[in-house]
Write a protein that binds this ligand. Structure first.
Ligand code: ADP
Ligand code: MG
Length: 397
């Protein structure tokens, strides 16, 4: 619907060398892959290419190498092994990315087989989008497929580079992510309820601004609520607050009002006397936060108010926890919202953002959601209405 680029479906891959940028940036400890979500998410494209007899060359970054050469603890070797296990495919690995060894491995690759190159970030030139890197990578493929949604917002060598030299199209994950996250602005089923939480107004202002253009109801929670309270003239004690952003928060409230968007703020809060695992909470109304208390979570009346709004939604987009969910005593509000979304079986529910996704996983509700984005930064940029450099570089459909 909203996706305007060519995909793997639009090109002939039979016998071709297909260079695919995937996002295999998975957690690894002692050579063992932890969460495999990102590998699973890349499987549809990889399997499609293998089934269509392509020679599949995969590349990714992993972690944050210094860029001065190989770092064994950040090798993609364990990921290649995990991919073989999970897919049942013939997967080879080469401990080289830009050198003769990689070239030789690519040249030896047979149709229907998969080759994983070493971490693209072992060379500094990758992040600088150096043309030498781009040319070298492009030389491995007849076509380029971008499926690394999680890095599609970064104009780096392996993300945007090959598109300058060989035909470049999207993989299925990238297509689905972009389609889903831009679809909420194009043609959402209504009512469309957007929920934004997390820590700061300053980091979410673009998200709030763009969501007000599309949503029917905007629910605010998390630390950013306290800057909104300041905008309403409440005092917020020692809560997280950004005095420099009060005017922007006011602007958002005015914009919502003008556009007929219902903006919901917490009516009560769980507050504590300090920020810590041993802190205990008490419930106070939003206009009565004591001077020596900080807001840590939304309160029970707010949970009920938000759950009611969510229950009536046909589309829900959620980014940002309602409270300091990492501490169990302040996770209740986030859990209540997650449950309200999960209970609304008839709505399309889209979750984006690293911590929000972690929260939904923590509560075991992931499979109740329609779509959980695999990209933190990339999904936020889409929701801010920005174009992703990786997607821009692809052929138009
Ligand atoms: P996401 O990764 O989903 O985009 P953010 O990174 O914006 O979310 O925000 C997540 C962080 O916000 C969490 O670490 C959480 O503890 C914090 N947070 C939520 N509510 C509060 C609060 N009331 N005070 C301080 N921090 C908060
Ligand atoms: Mg975060």
């Amino acid at each position: 619907m909203a996706f305007t680029k060519k995909t793997v479906r639009d090109i002939d891959v039979d016998g071709k060398r297909v260079l695919v940028r995937v996002d295999f940036n998975v957690p690894i400890a002692d050579g063992v892959v932890g969460d495999t979500t990102r590998i699973s998410a890349a499987l549809p494209t990889i399997k499609y290419l293998v089934e269509h007899n392509a020679r599949v060359i995969l590349m990714s970054h992993l972690g944050r190498p210094t860029g001065d050469g190989p770092q064994p603890e950040l090798s993609l070797a364990p990921v290649a092994k995990k991919l073989a296990e999970m897919s049942g495919l013939d997967v080879q690995f080469v401990d080289d990315t830009y050198g003769d060894k990689a070239t030789a491995a690519v040249n030896a690759l047979q149709p229907g087989h998969v080759l994983v190159l070493e971490n693209v970030r072992f060379d500094k030139r990758e992040k600088k989008n150096d043309p030498e890197i781009a040319k070298k990578l492009a030389s491995y493929g007849d076509v380029f497929v971008l499926d690394a949604f999680g890095t599609a917002h970064r104009a780096q060598g392996s993300v945007v580079g090959p598109a300058a030299y060989i035909p470049a199209v999207a993989g299925f994950l990238l297509e689905k992510e972009v389609d889903t996250l831009t679809g909420i602005f194009a043609d959402p089923a209504r009512p469309f309820v957007a929920i934004v939480g997390g820590s700061k107004v300053s980091s979410k202002i673009g998200v709030l601004d763009h969501l007000i253009d599309s949503a029917d109801t905007l629910i605010i929670g998390g630390g950013m609520a306290y800057t909104f309270f300041l905008a309403k003239g409440y005092t917020v004690g020692t809560s997280l607050q950004e005095p420099d952003w009060v005017d922007r928060a006011k602007e958002m409230m005015e914009k919502a009002e003008k556009k007929g968007v219902k903006l919901l703020l917490p009516i009560d809060n769980i507050v504590a006397d300090h920020f810590g695992e041993d802190a205990t909470g008490e419930t106070v109304d939003s206009d009565k936060i004591p001077a020596d208390r900080m807001g840590m979570d939304i309160g029970p009346k707010t949970e009920a108010l938000y759950a009611e709004a969510i229950a009536g939604a046909k589309t829900v987009f959620w980014n940002g926890p309602m409270g300091v969910f990492e501490m169990d005593q302040f996770a209740h509000g986030t859990k209540a919202v997650a449950e309200a979304v999960a209970d609304n079986a008839g709505c399309t529910s889209i979750i984006g953002g690293g911590d929000s996704v972690a929260a939904v996983n923590k509560f075991g509700l992931a499979d109740k959601m329609s779509w959980i984005s695999t990209g933190g930064g990339a999904s936020m940029e889409l929701v801010e209405g920005k174009a992703l450099p990786g997607v821009e570089a692809l052929l138009d459909a």
